[in-house]
Design a binder for this molecule. Structure first.
Ligand SMILES: Cc1cc2nc3c(=O)[nH]c(=O)nc-3n(C[C@H](O)[C@H](O)[C@H](O)COP(=O)(O)OP(=O)(O)OC[C@H]3O[C@@H](n4cnc5c(N)ncnc54)[C@H](O)[C@@H]3O)c2cc1C
Length: 557
């Protein structure tokens, strides 16, 4: 891998190597620019290159440099429901490794539907007083970049014409994953209830593709790295291509603490802590911030200066606001026959009829119901049995025997409205392991979001019963307190007073700062953000490369 001298200035520094950062690094380096990627996490390597550990016990006890997720004891964060409460230690975590959240993600790669870009002005069910707004771009503008993302990353699935699915100009590059028992049961229930059940698009390849092996159905999937490289993470798709250009260096365990600016209000680079917690300065002509919606907002707020007293790119006062962590609902059913759900990918099939909002339901909201086994055997045994089951003894063993191979879960991914009061900011009291103000999350979902979750809870119970479950349980609904599906903290828009970045993801206030991750979402979609983050990244990179080549953005090109 190319190594740039620490005192040299590069064209681009990319902060974060996940869904957005990986694509930016690859697109910029292949276009001829020099790129340094600074990633807070390690390489996550257990054996050979990208051979991640998949032992469930070892995964819980990995040394710091092999961990795949952030650790709330180090990347400390606090949580409160509203401004009146004192925030308490929180347990928000996110993918924290070279490749970011894409290394461990379930891989569900749904596109946003065309109306999801303009719900604020077209959906009569949206209550007043929320932060719902239209995106400054349309589905049609983004569609070619969805195709590019699907083909360059490697997404499996099937193009299906349905009012509940986004229209596609091109099919997926590889076919969908095989139907699991949970998918077959969901399909049976859907047929009985007159619903639409489809195979879900997944960033998991089902045939050898671009030099990578197909999924071997090992079953240790979401939450773990993929040993055979079938999961199309940034770590095995985009980042190797970026490095192969000879123009991109990835520096792992490099935690950026500030984006630096000059007197003219332009970025000059970043200051980061290396693995030994030593401060290093990296100069760059352009900064691309791709640290995920929570950390990107926090870093902007940490990058205060005389010229930017409220944080960088924050003249609107909106950095950190409108955060959406994503609500979910689950229901589980027991079945007479063994389901073998511990094999294969986490989630294959989905019921999609309730994706659109419907005035008949009496509230705003929609979502997808996905079929899954949900837990690995180990997770199930430790923590996953039905409510009320003792954790030891004969009753525990009996429940383990009955439930282990006979259950499926419906996990619903649903809407959550952006609210100005929901936000990420800096905790005034708590510091992270590096001595920087910790992230403070303030979040309470809108009453319609709660009603929507209850709607999906009831539907999930109905579907499990129609599938023939002998017993069904569904925990009461509760809204989110953080998580890796974070979006919305630096929303895009045309007006600098009501948004942080423009429609090409350039900060309104800083001409050489681009934000390319989940931060820029205006609304949350149905809580499967990554495919849209990736399509937006390809689009932003296209624009940035053209602008830089024309000299509109100063680089050494
Ligand atoms: C277990 C799991 C399952 C998931 N399943 C799905 C799914 O099925 N479908 C879906 O759509 N989404 C899923 N997600 C969410 C998905 O991973 C995220 O939406 C996506 O990765 C976000 O992309 P991003 O570019 O915003 O940031 P990320 O991919 O999170 O990348 C940000 C990177 O920046 C690094 N970073 C942060 N701060 C700093 C700093 N100060 N300095 C240097 N580096 C920094 C982080 O360590 C991280 O590697 C899942 C996530 C997890 C953890």
């Amino acid at each position: 891998m190319k190594k740039f001298p620490l005192n040299s200035e590069v064209d681009f520094v990319v902060i974060g190597s996940g869904a957005g950062g990986g694509i930016m690094a690859k697109q910029l380096a292949t276009a001829g620019f020099s790129v340094v990627v600074l990633e807070q996490g390690g390489w996550g390597k257990y054996g050979r290159e990208h051979e991640y550990n998949k032992d469930e016990w070892i995964q819980l006890h990995l040394p710091e440099d092999q961990q795949l997720m952030s650790d709330p004891n180090r990347q400390r964060n606090t949580f409160r429901r509203n401004d009146r409460e004192k925030a308490k230690p929180g347990n928000h975590t996110y993918g924290c490794v070279v490749g970011g959240g894409t290394v461990t993600y379930g891989g569900s790669s749904w596109r946003h539907l065309p109306y999801e870009f303009k719900e604020a002005t077209t959906d009569p069910t949206i209550p007043s007083g929320t932060g719902m707004a239209d995106w400054p771009i349309t589905y049609e503008e983004l569609e070619p970049y969805y195709v590019q993302a699907e083909w360059e990353m490697g997404i499996s699935g099937r193009k299906i014409d349905s009012p509940f699915l986004a229209p596609m100009s091109k099919d997926y590059p590889v076919p969908p994953v095989p139907l699991k028992s949970s998918g077959a049961l969901m399909m049976t229930a859907a047929q009985k209830l007159g619903l639409t059940c489809v195979p879900g698009p997944l960033a998991i390849i089902t045939r050898p593709y671009m030099g990578r092996a197909a999924c071997v159905n090992c079953g240790i999937c979401s939450g773990y790295g993929c040993q055979v490289r079938a999961r199309s993470s940034s770590a095995v798709t985009m980042l190797p291509l970026a490095v192969n250009t000879g123009r991109c260096e990835i520096r792992a365990r490099s935690y950026v603490r500030e984006i630096t600016t000059d007197g003219a209000g332009r970025c000059t680079g970043v200051i980061y802590f290396d693995a030994e917690k030593k401060e290093v300065r990296q100069r760059a002509k352009v900064v691309v911030l791709s640290a995920n919606a929570s950390e990107s907002a926090r870093l902007l707020l940490l990058s205060k200066s005389g010229r930017f007293p409220d944080g960088l790119a924050n003249s609107s006062g909106l950095v950190g606001k409108y955060v959406m962590y994503g609500n979910g609902v689950t229901a589980t059913g027991l079945f007479e026959h063994p389901l073998n759900e511990y094999k294969g990918v986490v989630s294959g099939a989905a019921i999609v009829d309730f994706v659109p909002s419907d005035p008949k339901r009496g509230h705003y909201g929609g979502g997808r119901m996905t079929a899954r086994g949900y837990q690995t055997p180990f997770e199930l045994g430790l923590n996953g049995l039905s409510p009320g089951t003792p954790h030891w003894g004969a009753a525990y063993k009996k429940a383990l025997k009955e439930e282990a191979n006979h259950r499926m879960t419906i996990q619903c991914y649903v809407t959550q409205m952006p609210l100005e009061t929901n936000r990420v900011d800096l905790d005034p009291d708590v510091k992270d392991e590096w001595g920087l103000p910790a992230m403070r999350i303030t979040s309470t979902s809108h009453p319609d979001d709660i009603k929507n979750m209850e709607f999906f809870r009831q539907k999930s119970i109905e579907v499990l019963q129609a599938a023939g479950a002998t017993r069904v349980w569904a925990p009461p609904v509760g809204d989110t307190r953080g998580g890796a599906h974070n979006r919305g903290t630096c929303r895009m828009g045309n007006d600098p007073k009501t948004s942080v970045v423009d429609k090409y993801q350039k900060a309104h206030d800083v001409p050489n700062l681009f934000i390319v991750d989940g931060s820029v979402f205006v609304t949350g979609g149905r809580n499967h953000p990554t495919m849209t983050i990736q399509a937006l990244a390809f689009r932003a990179a296209d624009h940035l490369v053209q602008a830089a080549k024309k000299g509109a953005i100063k680089t050494s090109f």
